[in-house]
Ligand binder design. Structure first.
Ligand code: AVI
Length: 321
């Protein structure tokens, strides 16, 4: 019998793991994939031959950097705010180009991790010494609210990598509404979105032959072992991604290979798995122009321009109010 009340958990992670593993069907949020080990595995994923998203977006930015400079530039300058800046690899294409073209702008990377921001700021200082960088540490929502209050010149908000796809539709819409309410009339929002395409291509991206994505999912069980004193055997779970071309949703599961019971000491919890019972871990929603225009409209935005690769595999949209 569990004796800890959910309200007594000391971290959100603990509370969410408790909630997810005592629900039917079981689930864990993919937002917890990204501990130190998970960040490393995701870097590896971005270099996998099957994981086309990163390379396609990189090419789109490279190909369209001049058009983007034109769309973003403003006579009184602008702030380029990137949500979830990470290592800035793709953004550097724009930062270098805008700096070479002598655009008047400040780069404002926003990330939850202080370390990520420090690392990025010091890399940029070395690579593009003329660039003005003002990092902001915190949750997107809070930082967007602050920026909306204090900003005096044009804002261009970047959200790359199809991160929107990891949010269920209602959360995606709420997220876009937040963005929209933080935007003034001339501000822009620039977002990268993976597109519906051949189901085999999508499935392969989440089911790579080297098993890196499987380890990315299993790392969440390892994280629970490390941080919450659990005894998951990650190898007793198979990684099971599938893609539904009707809804555009790629979904991933960890499926228990046998009947088993797992102890999670910090939660004072025993979790029972029937053989072949699943834990839902991630959604990676794929969109098309129609669903993106609908989302934008619902959030009070409209698409002003879009850029894609030759096969329409991935798209980057500019939204305005
Ligand atoms: C970060 N995000 C957009 C990735 C995706 O494609 O959904 C995370 C990922 N999951 C498995 N592979 C990559």
């Amino acid at each position: 019998m569990n004796t800890i009340k959910p309200s007594e958990f000391t971290t959100q992670f603990a509370a969410d793991v408790f909630e997810g593993l005592t629900s039917h069907p079981k689930s864990l949020s993919s937002k917890y994939f990204y501990d130190k080990k998970g960040d490393e595995i995701f870097q590896e994923i971005m270099h996998l031959p099957e994981y086309y998203l990163t390379g396609k977006e990189f090419d789109i930015l490279q190909e369209n950097k001049s058009a983007l400079a034109e769309a973003f530039a403003s006579p009184s300058g602008f702030d380029l705010i990137e949500l979830g800046a990470g290592d800035g690899k793709k953004t550097k294409i724009l930062l270098k180009h805008f700096t070479e073209k002598k655009l008047d702008f400040t780069f404002v990377p926003v990330d939850i991790s202080h370390n990520v921001l420090q690392q990025l700021a010091s890399d940029l200082q070395k690579e593009i010494p003329e660039l003005k960088v003002t990092p902001r540490q915190g949750m997107y929502k809070k930082v967007l609210e602050q920026l909306a209050e204090y900003q005096t010149r044009k804002k261009v908000i970047l959200f790359l990598g199809s991160n929107i796809g990891n949010l269920p539709q209602e959360e995606a819409l709420n997220f876009l509404k937040k963005i929209s309410s933080s935007m003034a009339q001339d501000d822009l929002f620039f977002m990268g979105v993976d597109q519906k395409k051949n189901p085999e291509t999508i499935l392969a991206a989440y089911n790579d032959t080297q098993g890196v994505t499987a380890e990315f999912n299993r790392n969440l069980l390892r994280r629970i072992n490390r941080e919450l004193g659990a005894n998951f055997d990650p190898d007793a779970f198979i990684h099971w991604p599938f893609y539904d071309p009707e809804t555009g949703m790629a979904k991933s599961y960890l499926v228990s290979k046998k009947e088993q019971t797992v102890q999670i000491n910090s939660l004072n919890l025993e979790v029972h798995f029937a053989a072949w019972e699943s834990i839902h871990t991630e959604i990676s929603q794929k969109y098309d122009d129609t669903s993106i225009s609908w989302l934008a409209r619902e959030a009070g935005l409209s698409v002003s321009e879009s850029f894609s690769d030759t096969e329409n595999c991935f798209k980057n949209y500019i939204f305005k109010k």
